[in-house]
Design a protein around this ligand. Sequence first.
Ligand SMILES: [Zn+2]
Ligand SMILES: [Zn+2]
Ligand SMILES: [Zn+2]
Length: 192
Amino acid sequence: MSAITSRCPSCRRPLPESAQDLAALQACPGCARPLEIQPFPGLTRIPAAGRPAESITGEGEAACFFHATKKAVVPCDDCGRFLCALCDIELDGRHLCPSCLQAGQARGELPGLERSRTRWDLVVWFVNLGLLTCIGAPIIAILNIVITSLCWNKPGSRTANHRTSMLLGTLVSVGITVILAIAVAFALSKED
Ligand SMILES: [Zn+2]
Ligand SMILES: [Zn+2]
Ligand SMILES: [Zn+2]
Protein backbone atom coordinates (compact mmCIF):
# COMPACT_ATOMS: atom_id res chain seq x y z
CA MET A 1 0.00 0.00 0.00
CA SER A 2 1.54 3.33 -0.95
CA ALA A 3 1.52 5.78 1.92
CA ILE A 4 0.08 9.26 1.54
CA THR A 5 1.72 11.98 3.59
CA SER A 6 -0.83 14.03 5.51
CA ARG A 7 0.20 17.35 6.95
CA CYS A 8 -0.97 19.30 9.97
CA PRO A 9 -3.37 22.01 8.76
CA SER A 10 -1.70 24.55 11.10
CA CYS A 11 2.07 24.03 10.95
CA ARG A 12 2.24 21.86 7.76
CA ARG A 13 4.47 19.37 9.60
CA PRO A 14 4.17 15.88 8.06
CA LEU A 15 2.05 13.52 10.19
CA PRO A 16 2.72 9.78 10.66
CA GLU A 17 2.23 7.72 7.53
CA SER A 18 0.59 4.60 8.91
CA ALA A 19 -3.20 4.71 9.13
CA GLN A 20 -3.14 3.12 12.62
CA ASP A 21 -0.78 5.84 13.95
CA LEU A 22 -2.89 8.53 12.26
CA ALA A 23 -6.12 7.23 13.78
CA ALA A 24 -4.54 7.22 17.27
CA LEU A 25 -3.18 10.77 16.92
CA GLN A 26 -4.98 13.30 19.13
CA ALA A 27 -2.81 16.36 18.57
CA CYS A 28 -0.14 17.51 16.12
CA PRO A 29 3.32 16.40 17.36
CA GLY A 30 4.73 19.73 16.09
CA CYS A 31 2.37 22.49 17.23
CA ALA A 32 0.15 20.49 19.65
CA ARG A 33 -3.01 21.63 17.85
CA PRO A 34 -5.79 19.08 18.67
CA LEU A 35 -6.50 16.89 15.65
CA GLU A 36 -9.24 14.42 14.89
CA ILE A 37 -8.26 12.11 12.05
CA GLN A 38 -10.62 9.53 10.57
CA PRO A 39 -8.79 7.36 8.03
CA PHE A 40 -10.99 5.45 5.56
CA PRO A 41 -12.00 2.16 7.28
CA GLY A 42 -10.27 0.15 4.54
CA LEU A 43 -6.88 1.62 5.54
CA THR A 44 -6.92 0.18 9.05
CA ARG A 45 -8.82 -3.04 8.36
CA ILE A 46 -6.76 -6.22 8.45
CA PRO A 47 -7.49 -8.19 5.26
CA ALA A 48 -9.44 -11.37 6.04
CA ALA A 49 -7.74 -14.51 4.80
CA GLY A 50 -9.87 -16.67 2.50
CA ARG A 51 -10.84 -20.07 3.83
CA PRO A 52 -9.70 -23.09 1.83
CA ALA A 53 -12.54 -25.36 0.70
CA GLU A 54 -12.48 -28.79 2.30
CA SER A 55 -12.79 -31.87 0.11
CA ILE A 56 -15.57 -34.36 0.75
CA THR A 57 -14.19 -37.15 2.91
CA GLY A 58 -17.11 -39.40 3.76
CA GLU A 59 -20.47 -40.44 2.40
CA GLY A 60 -23.55 -38.44 3.24
CA GLU A 61 -21.75 -35.10 3.12
CA ALA A 62 -23.39 -32.41 1.03
CA ALA A 63 -21.34 -31.18 -1.92
CA CYS A 64 -20.99 -27.63 -3.21
CA PHE A 65 -23.30 -26.87 -6.15
CA PHE A 66 -20.38 -25.45 -8.12
CA HIS A 67 -17.66 -27.89 -6.99
CA ALA A 68 -18.87 -31.50 -6.81
CA THR A 69 -15.80 -32.61 -4.78
CA LYS A 70 -15.88 -29.83 -2.20
CA LYS A 71 -17.79 -29.96 1.07
CA ALA A 72 -20.81 -27.66 1.39
CA VAL A 73 -20.58 -25.35 4.40
CA VAL A 74 -23.57 -23.06 3.99
CA PRO A 75 -26.60 -22.63 1.68
CA CYS A 76 -26.90 -19.45 -0.40
CA ASP A 77 -29.33 -17.09 1.38
CA ASP A 78 -30.85 -16.16 -1.96
CA CYS A 79 -31.18 -19.33 -4.07
CA GLY A 80 -30.56 -21.97 -1.40
CA ARG A 81 -27.83 -23.80 -3.33
CA PHE A 82 -25.16 -25.48 -1.18
CA LEU A 83 -21.84 -23.66 -1.21
CA CYS A 84 -18.30 -24.66 -0.29
CA ALA A 85 -16.04 -22.23 1.58
CA LEU A 86 -14.64 -20.96 -1.73
CA CYS A 87 -18.05 -20.12 -3.22
CA ASP A 88 -19.54 -18.66 -0.05
CA ILE A 89 -19.43 -14.86 -0.30
CA GLU A 90 -20.32 -13.05 2.89
CA LEU A 91 -21.85 -9.63 2.34
CA ASP A 92 -23.70 -7.49 4.88
CA GLY A 93 -24.27 -10.55 7.09
CA ARG A 94 -25.68 -12.71 4.28
CA HIS A 95 -24.16 -15.72 2.50
CA LEU A 96 -24.44 -15.54 -1.27
CA CYS A 97 -23.30 -17.68 -4.17
CA PRO A 98 -21.32 -15.97 -6.97
CA SER A 99 -24.32 -15.96 -9.36
CA CYS A 100 -26.71 -14.42 -6.81
CA LEU A 101 -24.07 -11.82 -5.99
CA GLN A 102 -23.76 -10.92 -9.66
CA ALA A 103 -27.55 -10.88 -10.18
CA GLY A 104 -28.11 -8.83 -7.02
CA GLN A 105 -25.48 -6.32 -8.05
CA ALA A 106 -27.01 -6.01 -11.54
CA ARG A 107 -30.45 -5.36 -10.01
CA GLY A 108 -28.96 -2.84 -7.56
CA GLU A 109 -30.27 -4.81 -4.57
CA LEU A 110 -26.98 -5.08 -2.69
CA PRO A 111 -26.33 -1.83 -0.79
CA GLY A 112 -22.82 -3.06 0.11
CA LEU A 113 -21.83 -3.03 -3.57
CA GLU A 114 -23.54 0.21 -4.48
CA ARG A 115 -21.41 2.46 -6.68
CA SER A 116 -23.77 5.27 -7.65
CA ARG A 117 -27.01 6.86 -6.53
CA THR A 118 -29.59 8.97 -8.31
CA ARG A 119 -29.79 12.50 -6.93
CA TRP A 120 -33.60 12.83 -7.00
CA ASP A 121 -33.37 16.32 -5.51
CA LEU A 122 -31.43 17.39 -8.63
CA VAL A 123 -34.16 15.79 -10.77
CA VAL A 124 -36.72 17.97 -8.95
CA TRP A 125 -34.64 21.09 -9.66
CA PHE A 126 -34.21 20.04 -13.29
CA VAL A 127 -38.00 19.67 -13.63
CA ASN A 128 -38.26 23.18 -12.13
CA LEU A 129 -36.43 24.54 -15.18
CA GLY A 130 -39.78 24.09 -16.93
CA LEU A 131 -41.08 26.95 -14.76
CA LEU A 132 -38.96 29.36 -16.79
CA THR A 133 -41.37 28.85 -19.65
CA CYS A 134 -44.30 29.83 -17.34
CA ILE A 135 -46.34 27.08 -18.97
CA GLY A 136 -47.61 24.13 -17.04
CA ALA A 137 -46.59 25.28 -13.55
CA PRO A 138 -49.32 23.08 -11.97
CA ILE A 139 -48.06 20.07 -13.95
CA ILE A 140 -44.48 20.73 -12.80
CA ALA A 141 -45.65 21.11 -9.20
CA ILE A 142 -47.62 17.83 -9.33
CA LEU A 143 -44.66 16.04 -10.98
CA ASN A 144 -42.31 17.28 -8.23
CA ILE A 145 -44.74 16.28 -5.46
CA VAL A 146 -44.90 12.76 -6.98
CA ILE A 147 -41.07 12.52 -7.29
CA THR A 148 -40.59 13.80 -3.73
CA SER A 149 -43.11 11.41 -2.17
CA LEU A 150 -41.82 8.38 -4.12
CA CYS A 151 -38.13 9.09 -3.59
CA TRP A 152 -38.15 10.58 -0.08
CA ASN A 153 -36.83 7.39 1.54
CA LYS A 154 -34.51 6.37 -1.28
CA PRO A 155 -30.82 6.59 -0.33
CA GLY A 156 -29.61 9.98 -1.49
CA SER A 157 -26.36 11.84 -1.49
CA ARG A 158 -23.90 11.04 1.30
CA THR A 159 -22.59 14.60 1.32
CA ALA A 160 -25.44 16.95 0.34
CA ASN A 161 -28.66 17.31 2.33
CA HIS A 162 -30.77 15.90 -0.50
CA ARG A 163 -34.09 15.90 1.41
CA THR A 164 -33.98 19.62 2.18
CA SER A 165 -32.96 20.32 -1.40
CA MET A 166 -35.77 18.12 -2.76
CA LEU A 167 -38.37 19.72 -0.47
CA LEU A 168 -37.17 23.22 -1.38
CA GLY A 169 -37.34 22.42 -5.11
CA THR A 170 -40.90 21.12 -4.74
CA LEU A 171 -41.98 24.12 -2.64
CA VAL A 172 -40.64 26.48 -5.33
CA SER A 173 -42.84 24.87 -8.01
CA VAL A 174 -45.87 24.73 -5.68
CA GLY A 175 -45.32 28.35 -4.62
CA ILE A 176 -45.07 29.60 -8.19
CA THR A 177 -48.23 27.65 -9.11
CA VAL A 178 -50.12 29.30 -6.23
CA ILE A 179 -48.84 32.78 -7.17
CA LEU A 180 -49.83 32.23 -10.82
CA ALA A 181 -53.29 30.97 -9.77
CA ILE A 182 -53.82 34.06 -7.58
CA ALA A 183 -52.64 36.33 -10.42
CA VAL A 184 -55.01 34.70 -12.92
CA ALA A 185 -57.93 34.89 -10.45
CA PHE A 186 -57.14 38.57 -9.83
CA ALA A 187 -56.97 39.35 -13.57
CA LEU A 188 -60.27 37.56 -14.21
CA SER A 189 -62.01 39.46 -11.38
CA LYS A 190 -60.79 42.76 -12.87
CA GLU A 191 -62.30 41.88 -16.25
CA ASP A 192 -65.82 41.50 -14.83
ZN1 LIG B 1 0.92 21.28 13.70
ZN1 LIG C 1 -27.42 -18.12 -4.79
ZN1 LIG D 1 -17.76 -24.28 -4.35
